[in-house]
Design a protein around this ligand. Structure first.
Ligand SMILES: Cc1ncc(COP(=O)(O)O)c(C=O)c1O
Length: 404
């Protein structure tokens, strides 16, 4: 018998707001896929949004060097000064935008940047507008600080961002944020410059903070001339209003998911407050990982990353063609990131049941649209082309067999 008696009548309970947080369905898919694999079933993984490439060797070496040199203590809360300066130089070199390093906070991944932003910007009762579908955690960050996330369905399937008319139609004085991503998860869609400009103008006109998550920047496939290497004129929402907030990360293009380093660019007027919040929320992002990230912008590393981008592009081309030929609809152009958001209306009206069927009966793991929003979510699934081409070919054959 336990020597510590349970206090009579006390039941541990989580806070009410935790009930507002949806579980990640993709994690259920992954868990079930792993169970099946443990019984010898071969599963092609198209569910998880994580590049399959290991971190570039030069970045790994820089991380190891940092550890060997004893860089294991906290950095300042906003990050290593050298890294903040390097990120500022990146905005100057690649985007032609001048950002003072004091506006850049290095965070534990883009996730840390989003937590910091929600705490920085929102009062209880404030509303944040975001597209439906969009990255599921964003709603939850807003809910956790007592805000309300309002998801705006696409004006038509395939439209990467809400229109200004849609924003106006839902605007009231509680609206304090417009959160977008380009390229986006789950659609891979890129918001084109003229739309970013119009949305940015609307937000500043209405006194609404616009936050753009640019985590998939660099992973774009529409126009090779605007690739990372061409430099100088990569689009960023900062170019349209210096007070727009920017989330970015070393996780995706730079292939450093597990290192946990990202960043947030804030308006100068909020930099000091953001710094105080960062001290309290995280103390700092991981120190060896920040030293490693410093290496990520160097030309020899970018060369490796560009080869990987080319591989993603090849996978994207293959998968989109294969999905179309099996009968999926693809209203969103997968111009970036590593996702296709595919319509299953020819096959089913229940995306979770459809995903279960593909996993259990055909060994293909994909994510139901219901992870990303409410609007017509049962007619979509997300395919992540993060696996190698031969595995995608296998997936295509299995889909053909399952659905033809
Ligand atoms: C749009 C978007 N933002 C943020 C994140 C979180 O990224 P990080 O690993 O940098 O925390 C993800 C992860 O998939 C994402 O898709």
């Amino acid at each position: 018998m336990s020597v510590i008696k349970r206090m009579s009548g006390f039941q541990p309970t989580a806070a009410d707001r935790t009930r507002l947080i949806n579980p990640f369905r993709v994690m259920d898919v992954l868990e079930r896929a792993r169970q099946l694999e443990s019984t010898g079933v071969d599963i092609v993984h198209l569910e998880v949004g994580e590049p399959d490439f290991a971190t570039a060797p030069q970045i790994v070496a820089a991380g190891m060097r940092a550890l060997q040199q004893g860089h294991t203590a906290y950095t300042p809360a906003a990050g290593l000064p050298a890294l903040r300066e390097r990120i500022a130089r990146f905005y100057a070199d690649h985007h032609g935008v001048s950002v003072d390093p004091s506006r850049i906070l290095v965070t534990p991944g883009a996730s840390g940047a989003l937590v910091l932003a929600s705490n920085l910007l929102l009062n209880a009762g404030d509303t944040v507008l975001m597209p439906d579908p969009s990255y599921p955690c964003n709603r939850n960050y807003v809910h956790l600080v007592g805000g309300k996330a309002v998801l705006i369905p696409p004006a038509f399937p395939g439209r990467p961002a809400p229109t200004v008319a849609q924003l106006e139609s839902v605007y009231d004085s509680s609206v304090k944020g417009l959160w977008l991503a380009s390229p986006a998860n789950p659609t891979g869609a890129v918001i084109h410059d003229s739309d970013v400009q119009a949305l940015s103008a609307w937000a500043s006109g209405r006194g609404v903070h616009m936050l753009m998550d640019e985590i998939y920047q660099g992973l774009d496939y529409a126009d090779t001339a605007s690739s990372w290497r061409a430099m100088g004129n990569l689009p960023t929402a900062l170019g349209y209003n210096p007070d727009n907030l920017i989330v970015n990360s070393f996780s995706k293009y730079f292939g450093m998911t597990g290192w946990r380093v990202g960043w947030l660019v804030v308006p100068q007027a909020l930099a000091a407050t953001a710094n105080i919040l960062a001290q309290n929320l995280f103390i700092a992002a991981p120190t060896p990982a920040q030293h490693a990230a410093l290496r990520a912008f160097d030309e020899d590393v970018v060369e490796v990353l560009e080869q990987r981008r080319a591989a993603f592009q090849q996978r994207r081309d293959f998968l989109c063609d294969a999905l179309r030929s099996v009968g999926f609809s693809l209203p969103w152009q997968a111009e970036g990131a590593f996702y296709c958001y595919a319509g299953i209306e020819r096959f089913a009206d229940d995306s979770e049941a459809f995903c279960r069927m593909l996993l259990e009966d055909h060994g293909v793991a994909v994510t139901p649209g219901t992870d990303f929003g409410d609007h017509d979510a049962n007619h979509y699934v997300r395919f992540a082309f993060t696996g190698a081409l031969p595995r995608l070919q296998q997936a295509a054959e299995r889909l053909q067999r399952a659905l033809a």
